[in-house]
Every structure is written in structure tokens, then in C-alpha cells.
Write a protein that binds this ligand. Structure first.
Ligand code: ADP
Ligand code: MG
Ligand code: MG
Length: 254
């Protein structure tokens, strides 16, 4: 049983003009093993910033608050240490890794996270099994990471990493964006498999309710203007779909 606690998190970013702008304005969120928390909110509300801040992206400065994984101070950890501690962070805009194949990338990541190289025979079988389930062509393993990947291939690759690395907590930022219905279903099934097998806790950041038909949230948080404006159960997502975010935006700007 693991718990990720985000307490009163404030973060700033330096704008291209050289100004410091506060984006996260006191985020509070607790995620336990096996729970799925949907973070929903309008564009520009700071959802990706929350993911980057927890991931340790150097562009974002934490000015206040805490992030704890099983009581350990995540903000004191290097990016590698965060992964080792069991945090998985899939980013909205994954970077290309020139000259590194998917196969080598996965093996290197697995070795770094586990602290030892995976046993070759079971590893090859695990990779093949996970790729089959995500309906990925075996040739995909020999391509360079993210080089010329379609939107759907990037997302499948993210979920493939998650299935193999077996994290405790995953932060998935707009994993649903740019996917057609078939790809969305395959990716969602992957998330659900890891949830079931590993008791994964999930922070599922999304702009739309579409993915929530496949990955059922236990909690829904409305994220507006750098903080959680309201929380509820799955019924809140249905309400947002009907009403949009206007009600919250008006309140946030008042
Ligand atoms: P969301 O993911 O909810 O759409 P983001 O976290 O991407 O929101 O952005 C939140 C706000 O922070 C936006 O107003 C955005 O312009 C600003 N922002 C984020 N990153 C930067 C950056 N590196 N430089 C300047 N502004 C940024
Ligand atoms: Mg955005
Ligand atoms: Mg975003």
C-alpha cells in the first residue's frame, strides 16, 4: 500500500520575458494504491505544471508545500530517484531520444528503476507480451524512441513503459489526446491492467471525459487557476461534460 501526498504545493515558472509567474497556487491531493484520480480542468489551468512539478522538471520552481511518497520527500529526490521510488510520469509532449531504440530504452529504464538488469529470458518474454497486449508491431521495438512516432504510438509506448516498469504511482498527462477510439481503448485497457495487477495509483490528467468511460475514476478533481476548485466522485465528470468549466472560471476570477 502506497500513498502520494501533495500538500499546499506552490510552483512558479520563469516566463520568456524573464518574469516569475506563480502557476500552482496551493495544490492538495492524496492518492492511494489502487485509486484513480481524474484531474480535469480548462486549458492553461496548470494541470501539466502539476505533473512537471512532481516529476522534477527543472523549469518549475517549488516555492511552497510538500510532495511525499510513503512519507519520503519527493522534492528532495533527483528525477532518477523519483522513478526508483516508484513514480511514473508520462508527459504530454514526450521527447525524442535520438539513436536509442525502444528495446534498449526500456531495458535501460528497467535496470535503472530496479537497480539491476532484468533477466534476459523473462524480460524478452515480458516485453513481447506487453507489446502484444497493446497491439504493437514487434518491429516497433527496433525503432528510435519517439522518432517519427504518431500520437497513438507515443501513447502506446508510454503505457508499454508503465506495464514493464511496474510503478506504484503514475501521473498520466493527457494520455487520451490525439487518440482515435480504438487506440484509446487499447491504451485504457493497458492502464486498467496495471491498476489490477500492480495496485497502481493513478493521477489521470485530462481535458475531456472521454477516457473516463474506459478508465473509471474513483475521484474527480476540478482544477482551475492553479488549484483544486472542487472534488467529487465519478458523477462530477458527467456534470462537467454537461456544464463545462464556466461556473468554476467565473468563481476563480471573482
Ligand atoms: P494546462 O496543462 O492545464 O493546460 P499548463 O500547466 O500547461 O496548463 O499551463 C498553466 C499556465 O502556466 C499557462 O498560463 C501557461 O501559459 C503557463 N506556463 C506553463 N509553463 C510555462 C513556461 N515554461 N513559461 C511560461 N508560462 C508557462
Ligand atoms: Mg494545455
Ligand atoms: Mg496540459
Amino acid at each position: 500500500m502506497s500513498v502520494l501526498e501533495i500538500k499546499d504545493l506552490h510552483a512558479t515558472v520563469e516566463t520568456p520575458e524573464g518574469d516569475t509567474k506563480e502557476i500552482l497556487k496551493g495544490v492538495n491531493l492524496t492518492i492511494k494504491s489502487g485509486e484513480t484520480h481524474a484531474i480535469m480542468g480548462p486549458n492553461g489551468s496548470g494541470k501539466s505544471t502539476l505533473a512537471y512539478a512532481v516529476a522534477g522538471h527543472p523549469k518549475y520552481e517549488i516555492t511552497q508545500g510538500e510532495v511525499l511518497l510513503d512519507g519520503e520527500d519527493v522534492l528532495e529526490m533527483s528525477v532518477d530517484e523519483r522513478a526508483k521510488a516508484g513514480l511514473f510520469l508520462a508527459m504530454q509532449y514526450p521527447v525524442e531520444v535520438p539513436g536509442v531504440t525502444v528495446s534498449n530504452f526500456l531495458r535501460t529504464a528497467k535496470t535503472a528503476v530496479d537497480g539491476e538488469a532484468p533477466k534476459l529470458r523473462t524480460w524478452v518474454k515480458d516485453v513481447k507480451g506487453a507489446m502484444d497486449q497493446l497491439r504493437m508491431d514487434p518491429k516497433f521495438a527496433e525503432r528510435n524512441v519517439n522518432e517519427g512516432f504518431s500520437g497513438g504510438e507515443k501513447k502506446r509506448h508510454e503505457i508499454l513503459q508503465m506495464e514493464l516498469l511496474k510503478p506504484k504511482m503514475a501521473i498520466l498527462d493527457e494520455t487520451d489526446s490525439g487518440l482515435d477510439v480504438d487506440a484509446l481503448r487499447v491504451v485504457s485497457e493497458g492502464i486498467n491492467r496495471v491498476k489490477e495487477n500492480e495496485g497502481l495509483g493513478v493521477m489521470l490528467i485530462t481535458h475531456y471525459t472521454r477516457i473516463l468511460r474506459y478508465v473509471k475514476p474513483d475521484f474527480v478533481h476540478v482544477f482551475v487557476n492553479g488549484r483544486v476548485a472542487e472534488q467529487g466522485g465519478p458523477e462530477l465528470a458527467a456534470r462537467l461534460e454537461e456544464e463545462g468549466y464556466d461556473r468554476f472560471l467565473t468563481a476563480a476570477n471573482a
